[in-house]
Design a protein around this ligand. Structure first.
Ligand SMILES: [Zn+2]
Length: 228
């Protein structure tokens, strides 16, 4: 079981950066919740905790302490940048070498977020940030676009783009920790009623809807797994 601690930056009165009608605290929470959804839906043997799951203020000391107490295997802090620039950068604690485990994990997440988002690559950085310093497990802090930069903000306004950011982080965690996908998470389901194919679906709800509709009307309902 891999324990993944996700830390959506800011919250409550601490809005984080503001710009173009957006608040950093909302974006970080959306990305973190999406990461949790993907990890729980699609991966085996992962346990996910968040430093917050709603718009509340959580002190940095509490965020780090919660991850430490839980015994997290990895800490990922999600932020959005401001102050002149565009694109993506990430941080590890300044006291760590480029050959540390943390640096290796960061390098993989870095590559995958850039790949998933197409963000301009601002580089891999180090800093003396509280949550990086006070956590006892490998910890990475990511800065996902600039809220005060029009081109970045336009992207960040799109929920599908926030999903891409989340997906990039999860892809990085998958590679760094060799996570296993649930075997059926990518499969499609073919519905066959009385020998006749009536649809192929990704969403299990659509399959259920068809089965419910034909139940009692048809003699035979078959479901087949279809590999992508
Ligand atoms: Zn921030």
């Amino acid at each position: 079981m891999l324990k993944i601690f996700i830390d959506p930056g800011h919250g409550g009165k601490d809005t984080g950066a503001l710009g173009n009608g957006l608040q950093e605290k909302d974006l970080t929470l959306s990305i973190a919740l999406e990461m949790r959804r993907i990890l729980q839906n699609e991966y085996e043997s992962v346990s996910v905790q968040l430093s917050r799951t709603s718009d509340i203020a959580v002190p940095l000391s509490e965020r780090a302490a919660k991850a430490n107490r839980w015994g997290a295997d990895v800490y990922v802090s999600i932020h959005v940048n401001a102050g002149g620039g565009t694109g993506y950068e990430d941080y590890i604690y300044e006291g760590l070498s480029d050959r540390s485990t943390t640096a290796r994990i960061r390098d993989i997440i870095h590559e995958e977020v850039i790949r998933a988002t197409g963000f301009r690559d601002r580089g891999k950085k180090k800093a003396n940030f509280y949550v990086l310093r006070e956590t006892v497990m490998p910890a990475v802090l990511t800065e996902n676009g600039f809220i005060d930069r029009k081109e970045d903000a336009e992207k960040l306004k799109d929920p599908a783009f926030l999903q891409k950011i989340a997906r990039g982080h999860v892809n990085g965690l998958e590679k760094a920790f060799h996570l296993t996908k649930k075997s059926d998470s990518n499969d499609l389901i073919r519905v066959i009623v009385d020998g006749k194919q009536i649809g192929v679906y990704e969403e299990k709800e659509n399959v259920l809807k068809q089965v419910e509709y034909y139940l009692g009307k048809a003699n035979k309902i078959e479901l087949e797994r279809v590999k992508r």
